[in-house]
Ligand binder design. Structure first.
Ligand code: SF4
Length: 438
């Protein structure tokens, strides 16, 4: 099903065609990928309903397709973090989708007699469920900062997302990753008046977790992350800065949550330092496999560390954490960016498949975040669109390459399988076979 055909189809027709062509991919996952690449609008009435539930916390990037200045109905303050789609004309099993705001999307959530419905070009698709706001979301720590700023949850409450450094020292056009809006998002959030702590202290994190540990039973894991540190932050190197958080958390709450850290690819002794303080899962994100595109898209990482060294360090980390606990992220679809990315789905899939083969043959299981074209990122300055067929085929090669190497679903993501998965920014967990939770 070539892309030229895809661009002439109405959105619903495209999904139905892809579903017929790839019957081994659940239609729920096809809709989810389409929602992630197109975003969704909300009617003002639906927004008012959503405002009573768990709201979008802007846990690291904007993950929106319009800037806050382009939101006319207070979407940034009222929209939920995630929605769960069920039932409807396709009889959906529950599927959880991250909310990426885009008032111009053909997808729209509307309120009908108090119920929320997802529509595509006006056609009802599925019922929309929202997650209740945890009690601690309304609370503040002693210095007045909201817990929603210090320790928000995503993945339907499974993951505490601790962005302890909301900026990145890769700065400006020559260094920032071209799909990333971390620094610009920080500026727009501050301008909008949202409490948005640039560097969270260990004490702030512990105080928030104290309240969460007392009142919450849904969170099962935490991620410590933030922008890259290329020189020093608070007089510390990247590994020393980030290691202090899991070290303190594991001392105070030993084993209470699965511990995960997302940082750059570290030297082996630095990775060992993370392991020694109690980190169980390490995410040295790789983002894009192709060598030429890595240099263009991740210029700072390419210059400071280099792709070959980055790869070596990921493989080295497998002997520190165990290969199944080294989980590099790929930004799914970014290898088709305009104007310099792959022009065809075939080429893009072949390239990323090569990357999956490389990692999985070492027992390492990558994961995806479906690319969100954020307008404040460098790539968001011009129109971008990744064919939906790319995303469907990516899910298939992921699932099939995992099976080829007899790999289990990555730990720290909850239970895999359609109807179980909580990971909301890609469907990779929705398409894996169901197996016990980890
Ligand atoms: S390293 Fe790249 S992707 Fe990560 S925060 Fe910095 S600019 Fe963004």
């Amino acid at each position: 099903m070539p892309h030229t055909v895809e661009s002439h189809l109405a959105p619903l027709e495209l999904i139905e065609r892809l579903s017929l062509h790839y019957p081994d991919v659940p239609i729920e996952a096809i809709f989810k990928e389409d929602l992630l690449r197109r975003g969704m609008g909300w009617s003002p009435q639906a927004l008012e309903v959503a405002a009573g539930y768990k709201r979008k916390a802007y846990f690291i990037f904007s993950f929106d397709m319009v800037p806050i200045s382009g939101m006319d109905h207070g979407e940034n303050l009222k929209a939920p973090e995630e929605i769960r789609l069920t039932g409807g004309v396709f009889n959906f099993k529950p599927v959880i989708v991250s909310v990426r705001l885009n008032p111009d999307s053909p997808y729209r959530v509307e309120s009908e007699d108090g119920d929320l419905i997802l529509k595509l070009d006006g056609n009802a698709v599925a019922r929309v469920e929202l997650q209740r706001s945890p009690a601690y979301y309304e609370r503040k720590i002693s210095n007045g900062k909201p817990i929603m700023d210090i320790a928000p949850t995503i993945e339907w409450g499974y993951l505490l997302y601790l962005t302890v450094f909301r900026l990145c020292q890769y700065f400006g056009a020559q260094e920032e990753c071209r799909y990333c809006d971390i620094n610009e998002n920080f500026r727009q959030q501050k301008k909008s008046g949202r409490p948005y702590t640039p560097v969270k202290s260990v004490a702030e994190i512990l105080e928030a977790l104290e309240i969460i540990a007392d009142t919450d039973s849904e969170s099962k894991a935490y991620t410590v992350t933030g922008g890259s540190v290329t020189s020093k932050l608070e007089e510390m190197s990247e590994v020393d800065f980030y290691a202090q958080y899991p070290e303190a958390i594991e001392k105070r709450f030993p084993g209470r949550w699965i511990s995960k850290v997302v940082v750059q690819a570290l030297k082996k002794d630095e990775a060992q330092k993370l392991r020694d303080v109690g980190v169980q899962i390490y995410h040295p994100n790789f983002e894009v496999w192709d060598e030429r595109l890595f240099e263009i898209l991740c210029a700072g990482k390419a210059r400071y560390i280099g792709r070959e060294e980055w790869l070596r360090r990921i493989v080295d980390a497998a002997s520190v954490f165990g290969p199944e606990r080294v989980i590099p992220n790929f930004v799914a679809g970014v290898e088709m960016f305009k104007p310099a990315g792959f022009a065809t789905v075939e080429e893009a899939i072949a390239s990323t498949q090569e990357g999956l083969e490389f990692f999985m043959s070492h027992g390492i299981t990558p994961r995806f975040t479906t690319w969100c074209v954020e307008p404040l990122s460098a790539l968001g300055k011009e129109p971008q669109s990744v064919p939906l067929e790319y995303h469907v085929r990516l899910l298939r090669i992921y699932r099939d390459t995992m099976a080829k190497y007899s790999l289990a679903a990555p730990p720290g993501y909850g239970t895999p399988g359609l109807g179980n998965a909580v990971f909301s920014v890609s469907s990779f967990m929705d398409v894996l076979p169901a197996s016990p939770s980890c």
